[in-house]
Design a protein around this ligand. Structure first.
Ligand SMILES: Cc1cc2nc3c(=O)[nH]c(=O)nc-3n(C[C@H](O)[C@H](O)[C@H](O)COP(=O)(O)O)c2cc1C
Length: 297
């Protein structure tokens, strides 16, 4: 049985509304309209208020509030003036300086710093508010090593995929490019991680003091991927290093018990893991990068 979608509930405070109409023109769900020159909430249209908050963000007099779909009413806040925000140069410099960090100081990440990083990451765009993304924070080297231990045990089961029967199974489970990637990259990497662990080296999480796992109820990993991309930039801005760890997701996805052990809701898909910590290496140089193709058509 289909469950009814809860829509957002915009409320306009008529005494403070200056009838500029900006909320009406910005609303992507067309649930506001002008009536006698003043904005009113319109319940019509194929869908209701998405609770994206754009009407509150654009309102110069604070006359509109949205609740519902995760909004509780206190979300809107004044932004610093454009002159006080990061310039393109500052942002570009930060993006160019970001590197995947695989060497960390033996120093914990402070809770207020993690809270700030999570708040910064939560500014990421989402397909359909509110964000479906959940984050599990594994904090402290010992806890991270416990997770590494559990994952390496799960990786050991993947060795079966290198057998003739496993190869056939892989071909049933994945498309050809994914099978090639699995055979030529993922399985050898996982083997290296297993072997290194025997020698006390952590090539999965690089002895990071913190790991964050981004998950969502949707099988499509795009929303956790966007959120974790924002997190890597937030980390850079906060003087932290981070590294996306792709192999974690399939290992957790394939093991319900492991997900339960590590606080990931049973029905959610862990899509991306990210190490976090104070980097022990600094890079004086950047690297020019480009997309596989860019076409202006
Ligand atoms: C989806 C994804 C998965 C990744 N998985 C891993 C991983 O499992 N282990 C690792 O060391 N790095 C991983 N990385 C980091 C990349 O290897 C890294 O981005 C690459 O080395 C380029 O370095 P840079 O981020 O400093 O530009 C991953 C990156 C992405 C985007």
């Amino acid at each position: 049985m289909a469950t009814a979608v809860e829509w957002g509930c915009p409320v306009i405070h008529v005494a403070t509304c200056i009838a500029c109409g900006r909320c009406v023109s910005i609303c992507p769900s067309y649930c506001l309209r002008l009536q006698d020159g003043k904005p009113v909430v319109d319940s019509g249209g194929p869908f209701g208020c998405l609770a994206c908050g754009h009407c509150m963000a654009v309102c110069p007099s604070g006359a509109i509030r949205v609740t519902g779909r995760g909004m509780k009413g206190g979300e809107v806040f004044p932004l610093p003036l454009p002159s006080a925000r990061a310039t393109a140069e500052a942002l570009e410099g930060m993006m160019q300086a970001r590197r995947s960090a695989r060497h960390y100081e033996n120093r914990p990440v402070e809770k207020p710093v993690m809270d700030r990083l999570l708040a910064m990451s939560a500014t990421a765009p989402m397909g359909f508010p509110p964000s479906p993304v959940g984050v599990v924070v594994i904090n402290g080297r010992d806890r991270v090593q416990e997770l590494a231990h559990d994952l390496v045990a799960a990786f050991k089961k993947w060795r079966f995929l290198k057998t003739p029967v496993g190869s056939i199974l892989l071909r049933f489970m994945m498309d050809k490019p994914s099978v090639e990637l699995m055979k030529n990259f993922v399985l050898p990497v996982v083997d290296t991680i297993i072997e290194a662990r025997k020698e006390g080296r952590d090539l999965l999480f690089y002895d990071a003091p913190c790991v964050m796992v981004f998950h969502s109820p949707l099988k499509d990993p795009v929303e956790p991927a966007i959120a974790s991309s924002f997190a890597t930039l937030a980390a850079e801005g906060l003087g932290l290093g981070s590294c996306m760890i792709g192999t974690v997701a399939p290992a957790l996805q394939g093991d319900k018990r492991l997900r339960a052990c590590w606080g990931i809701p049973a029905k959610n898909f862990p899509s991306m893991a990210m190490t976090l910590g104070y980097p022990s290496v600094t890079f004086p140089n950047g690297i020019h990068r480009r997309f596989a193709s860019v076409e202006f058509v």
